[in-house]
Ligand binder design. Structure first.
Ligand SMILES: [Cu+2]
Length: 340
């Protein structure tokens, strides 16, 4: 009692009081910091997504600058004729443009460089051994070429014979080997000429054909809309999230064959993952036996292959990049498996 009434006691009580008060202040301000941090992170997420990509909750599927539905199963076999020795001649025309603007996501207009007005350009499909003639017209402001993957003579490689604005060049070669290849512009800086959209699929069928299947082309691409050498959106066939709104309808127990090409610039890898199923994978489509039976394949730039599967159960299944950043920025879609 005498102690509590003493000066020392008052000082001690004062110190305890101060300690408790400061503990409360520290706890409170720590909670404040946590709340502010949380708000900041939410804001950052909003800033990073708005305007760059389709908002998955608001897009209603209105037509944009490219129609993934008409591209998916559209194969261009060219103007076909027979040479006197029996060889099939297939003639194509590719016209490059680099001045146009395309709506690649609702409200997002980007200067996409195109072959025949679209990116990807038309899928060129021939048979091994065909004589292929591709008349290239450069209607762009910059120089461009068409570099085909596959075997051909050096002067048909579309690398050193740059075609200036208003110029023309006819590429001519015997198609081979059988597989899924690609074509793209090869003018420096190649990274820019590809990432702006100058590419397409080039399929060479084996002479004996392939087993009948529901066939599609999927080009894994993206766009760097703010020119910082990083992609702001990702897609299968140009329009982010498109097949989340328009699922690709396929039939139960029917073979599906995908010609998949990774043309993405700025990112060193891309991948393809299938849900509820596994697939046979044929790298570049050049061998008759698959290299793996898997649900996931990783591709570097220019890598491509054939994916074959059929579904055992009906319903809706996702397919997407397993690199989650890409799928969250648009490289995700769905198959709707129908029991018909
Ligand atoms: Cu070019």
């Amino acid at each position: 009692m005498t102690f509590l009434n003493s000066l020392g006691g008052k000082i001690l009580f004062g110190l305890i009081g101060l300690f408790v008060l400061s503990f409360i202040i520290v706890s409170f301000s720590t909670n404040q910091d946590a709340a502010e941090t949380q708000t900041l992170i939410t804001n950052v997420k909003t800033i990073q997504t708005t305007g760059d990509i389709i908002d998955p909750t608001n897009y209603s599927g209105e037509p944009l600058g490219f129609d993934p539905d008409s591209y998916l199963r559209n194969f261009n076999y060219g103007r076909v004729s027979q040479l006197s020795d029996g060889t099939t001649l297939r003639e194509f025309t590719l016209i490059a443009e680099d001045e146009g603007t395309m709506e690649i996501s609702p409200g997002l207009f980007f200067n996409v460089w195109t072959y025949n007005g679209t990116s990807p350009g038309p899928t060129i499909r021939v048979t091994e051994g065909d004589l292929v003639k591709v008349k290239f017209i450069n209607n762009g402001e910059k120089s461009h070429t068409v570099h085909f993957h596959g075997t051909h003579e050096a002067e048909m490689d579309g690398v050193f014979e740059s075609v200036g604005s208003g110029g023309e060049f006819t590429y001519e070669f015997v198609a081979g080997p059988a597989g899924v290849h690609l074509y793209h512009c090869h003018v420096a800086p190649v990274e820019e000429h590809i990432s702006r959209g100058l590419y397409g699929a080039f399929i060479v069928d084996p002479k004996e054909g392939r087993e009948p299947a529901d066939e599609m082309v999927m080009i894994l691409n993206g766009f760097d809309t703010d020119f910082d050498a990083e992609n702001n959106l990702y897609a299968v066939n140009t329009i982010p999230f498109y097949h989340m709104y328009k699922p690709i309808e396929i039939s139960l127990n029917k073979l599906v064959r995908l010609y998949v090409i990774n043309i993405l610039e700025f990112d060193s890898i891309n991948n393809f993952h299938l849900h509820g199923n596994l697939f046979n994978y044929y790298p570049a489509g050049t061998q008759s036996e698959p290299s793996s039976f898997t649900d996931m394949v990783t591709l570097s730039q220019g890598d491509r292959g054939i994916i074959e599967f059929e579904y055992e159960y009906p319903g809706k299944y996702l397919f997407h990049a397993h690199k989650v950043e890409f799928s969250e920025k648009g490289w995700v879609g769905t198959f709707l498996v129908k029991d018909e």
